[in-house]
Design a protein around this ligand. Structure first.
Ligand code: GDP
Ligand code: MG
Length: 437
């Protein structure tokens, strides 16, 4: 994958105290190969390395104290630039604001419609209406209804009406009459670009004149994503791109190419199936992520957002007084689960992320732990030291686990308590430094 390749290339550079013109050229060749492997368009990859080389020469990389670091910075800055440079928000003008989703079937339109509705509702206090215009598959409207229920957003659909233009126009009327200020129109897609789909979405587009037409694309589709983006842009001249499924291994190709091919910003990324798995796209963070530095900033922000500070303070007090018990442990686990996809979070931690890439971690990993804790009595939870062998046996039985698993949890718990005590003494900062490498 791209980040591994770049890592390797940059590693070679870092290894050399001195950088010669020859190994700059070699490294750039490696960078270019990595970009091509990640499905970046050939022309873009070539232009990219030429630009990096020019900059490197311009900034006298060869004579600086830390040439490797400077070159990494130049590569990172150029990658950032390639992905659009700045974060671009969405236009919430118009009353109501109309947002039209476009893209192939399976790209993540319906899921993203829900995520965006939830985002606008919770972060921007908007009254959102979701509109189901995928009239060909009854299941599609149901899927949108389920999403709407999950996030508490009204879904407008017309069972039996096969005309998406009519439905979307009626939906906007309905929104106006019911005090909604954002209308998100979810549309039908097909497995490949075809004329009928293009005509249909183009007709909806003309009829509702949206503030934002967003092109949703599965980031795992590589070079195809670029071709599809171009086809949709030719017809819709869309405002922005949504990159979905960035929670997997593939992280580079599409993000790097799309912006330069269609010259439209990537606005959001999807990082999981849950409604919370949405992030504003930050080109600089993406560049860092691609370069394997880990998306530390996003990680910290997400953690802060989801972490209940009040709860944290209470727990800290308990740790200080040696009163930290299994109930608190359970709460911590629930906090972690709230932060979203575990693999996604871990992937953002530099160093660790890569090592854990192939390890299967998901919310299920906590199920055993939760079962064990639920099988403890309140006294055992608050005073774990009283859990002796016979109690362990009972707990294992009650939770459908083994004594071994209970022992393992006890060990983890003790380690965690110790670590948390350490972190209280300003160790938190130290840990962040360790994470940054
Ligand atoms: P649509 O056909 O364009 O409406 O696509 P859907 O919204 O139905 O999504 C297709 C599949 O991709 C579903 O199984 C979604 O759960 C999944 N999906 C959508 N977005 C993401 C994402 O960001 N990450 C992951 N892992 N899966 C996603
Ligand atoms: Mg759909």
């Amino acid at each position: 994958n791209l980040s591994d390749k770049l890592d390797k290339a940059i590693h070679v550079l870092k290894g050399h105290g001195q950088i010669t013109e020859i190994n700059v050229a070699e490294t750039l060749k490696e960078v270019r190969r990595a970009l091509l492997d990640a499905d970046v368009n050939y022309k873009i990859a070539k232009e990219f390395t030429v630009k990096v080389k020019e900059k490197a020469i311009g900034q006298n990389v060869l004579t600086t104290l830390n040439p490797g670091q400077l070159l990494v910075k130049i590569v990172k800055d150029e990658l950032t630039e390639l992905m659009g440079g700045e974060t671009v928000g969405i236009n919430l003008g118009g009353s109501p604001t109309v947002i039209l989703m476009s893209g192939l079937q399976g790209s993540g339109k319906t899921t993203f419609s829900g995520k965006l509705a939830n985002f606008l509702k919770t972060k921007k206090s908007k009254q959102v209406l979701l509109v189901g215009c995928d009239v060909y598959r009854p299941a599609a409207i149901n899927q949108l209804r389920v999403v709407g229920e999950q996030i508490g957003v009204e879904v407008y659909a017309e069972e039996g009406n096969q005309n998406p233009v009519e439905i979307s126009q009626n939906a906007i009327k309905h929104a106006k009459a019911n005090g909604k200020n954002v209308v998100i129109i979810d549309t039908a897609g097909r497995l490949a670009v075809d004329e009928q789909m293009m005509t249909e979405i183009s007709n909806i587009h003309k009829a509702v004149n949206p503030q934002e037409t967003l092109f949703v694309v599965d980031s795992m589709t590589g070079q195809d994503a670029v071709n599809t983006a171009k086809a949709f842009n030719d017809v819709l001249n869309f405002e922005g791109v949504i990159l979905t499924k960035l929670d997997g291994d593939t992280r580079g190709g599409a993000a790097l190419s799309i912006k330069s091919v269609v010259d439209k910003p990537i606005k959001f990324i999807g990082t999981g199936e849950k409604m919370e798995a949405i992030d504003v796209f930050h080109p600089d963070r993406m560049a860092e992520r691609i370069l394997g530095m880990g998306d530390v900033v996003s990680l910290v922000e997400r953690a802060q957002e989801q972490y209940d500070e009040e709860e944290a303070r209470k727990i800290q007090k308990k740790i200080a007084k040696n009163q930290f018990g299994f109930d608190d442990f359970l709460k911590q686990i629930q906090q972690i689960k709230k932060m979203g996809n575990m693999k996604d979070l871990i992937g953002m931690i530099p160093g660790v992320g890569k090592a854990m890439k192939d390890v299967d971690i998901d919310d299920d990993a906590f199920k055993g732990i939760e079962a064990i804790i639920h099988s403890m009595t309140p006294a055992e939870r608050s005073t774990p030291s009283m859990i002796n062998a016979s109690r362990k046996k009972r707990i294992a039985k009650g939770s459908g686990t083994s004594v071994q698993e209970v022992n393992q949890l006890m060990k983890q718990f003790n380690q965690m308590s110790k670590m948390m005590k350490m972190m209280q003494g300003g160790g938190g900062k130290k840990m962040m430094q360790m994470m940054k490498g």
